[in-house]
Write a protein that binds this ligand. Structure first.
Ligand SMILES: Cc1cc2nc3c(=O)[nH]c(=O)nc-3n(C[C@H](O)[C@H](O)[C@H](O)COP(=O)(O)OP(=O)(O)OC[C@H]3O[C@@H](n4cnc5c(N)ncnc54)[C@H](O)[C@@H]3O)c2cc1C
Length: 401
């Protein structure tokens, strides 16, 4: 039986952030992941908001960067395009396998022990605290006695199940699927987000990984059925996407579930601190979680190393409170629109697209209400006037057929 200070379960961005911070503070740290190869299979669109990278203080390794996008285009109901070029909507597409291994490498270099192919299977409790964890490490049983645990084991957290805790409801999980595909013609240097009734409560995307290939897919709350079939049908029937892609050159299939609850407050039970997807720490309106998880993971690792889980909530508030809160507020607004039975699905995607692309803010509630009853060309006219007067880096146009 090995005694350790901090056991980190999961070696995604949250786990690597936690293991790095704990090891840097001198804690005897063990990070385990059930995957045979850290970072694979990829279950991610692989795009990161550029501003968050500076905030996280990471220098992306050159080989992890596929492309940089200067803007994000929102294609609303296949008829209106909003292009947001403000700094928040600049993005970098990464090779997630490389990034995850890079982050785990940094944790190891700081002194954390890292074990791939090592699965948490059981825990023994002493009151609210985990006093013993059973791991199956490359086929052999290993028991450890951790003083503190960081549960960074993703959306379907094993630790949460074993401890019988739930930080967010199942309805706050979007079902995602995408193909990494070769494009038939050069792609624009912009990320593209598709809001339309065909996708439902969520969005579709083209995330370039260069000019000639991209991740193309969708994530929807409440979707059922085979996600690969859904994505394939959507791509083939789509007037914009089928211009760039057919399903004849698929390099990788990626599926997974993304939590979208936003801020969850204090996600601590006994000596276990939950971080990343296990705690629902994504920018809820878009489901972006790589960097938020890494930053929150570091806060969890530091709190675990200092043996003070109570400090976690305050440091989370300091490092990511504003971003998580903003994402959750926009997500709540979109959910409110989707539960409004007086609107058609087309109106719902229009208004939620304008909210998501930040054409309309929460302070524009009056405008929001008037949009609900407007025709497409009236909406365009109103938005152009508004955006011109605000002098913003946002352009709206009808979508060319
Ligand atoms: C389809 C899809 C597209 C997405 N696109 C983007 C995007 O473009 N940009 C973005 O920022 N975010 C995106 N996300 C979200 C992002 O992938 C997650 O928010 C992020 O990976 C969370 O990091 P994490 O470390 O908390 O969890 P994870 O990355 O899921 O890592 C958890 C780790 O825990 C391990 N684990 C689980 N159980 C055990 C166990 N019992 N024992 C040992 N190890 C265990 C898993 O193997 C895994 O490696 C997307 C999500 C989905 C599903």
């Amino acid at each position: 039986m090995e005694e350790i200070d901090v056991l980190v379960v999961g070696a995604g961005p949250a786990g690597s952030g936690a293991a790095l911070a704990a090891a840097q503070l001198g804690a005897r740290t063990l990070m385990v992941d059930r995957k045979k190869e850290i970072g694979t299979p990829v279950q991610c669109g692989e795009v990161i908001g550029r501003s968050l990278i500076n905030q996280a203080g990471i220098k992306l390794p050159r080989q992890a960067v596929c492309s940089i996008q200067k803007s994000t285009r929102f294609i609303i109901d296949r008829s209106i395009m909003v292009e947001n070029s403000e700094p928040y909507w600049e993005s970098v597409t990464v090779e997630r396998k490389i990034l995850d291994k890079h982050l785990a490498t940094r944790a190891a270099q700081a002194g954390a022990r890292v074990e791939a192919d090592t699965r948490l299977t059981e825990i023994r409790m002493d009151g609210d605290n985990v006093c013993e964890a059973t791991l199956v490490s490359r086929g052999k049983e290993l028991k450890v006695k951790p003083k503190m645990v960081v549960a960074a084991d993703g959306v379907h957290s094993t630790m949460a199940k074993l401890m019988d805790v739930r930080w967010y409801p199942e309805e706050m999980v979007a079902s995602g699927g995408e193909f990494e595909m070769v494009a038939k013609r050069p792609l624009p240097r912009a990320m593209q987000i598709f809001l339309e009734p065909e996708v439902g409560l969520g969005y579709g995307w083209i995330i370039p990984k260069g000019r000639d290939r991209a991740n193309v897919g969708m994530a929807t709350v409440g979707a059922s059925g085979n996600r690969r079939h859904r994505v394939e049908d959507w791509i083939q029937d789509h007037p914009v996407i089928s211009r760039y892609f057919d399903c004849k050159a698929i390099l990788e299939v990626k599926t997974g579930d993304a939590p979208v609850p936003g801020v969850c407050g204090e996600t601590v039970k006994g000596n276990v601190i939950f971080a990343g997807d296990a705690a629902g720490q994504t920018l809820a309106f878009v489901g972006e979680g790589i960097i938020p998880s890494y930053i929150c993971g570091q806060a969890a690792g530091a709190a675990a190393a200092s043996g003070s889980p109570d400090s976690y909530a305050a440091s989370l508030e300091e490092v990511m409170g504003e971003e998580l809160g903003y994402g959750a507020a926009l997500k709540d607004e979109i959910l409110r629109l989707w539960s409004d039975d007086s609107m058609t699905d087309s109106q719902k995607v229009l208004v939620s697209g304008l909210v998501m692309s930040e054409c309309l803010g929460q302070e524009d509630m009056a405008a929001l209400e008037s949009v609900e009853g407007m025709s497409g060309s009236d909406v365009l006219g109103m938005l152009r006037l508004k955006l011109k007067s605000e002098n913003r880096g946002i352009r709206v146009s009808p979508l060319r057929p």
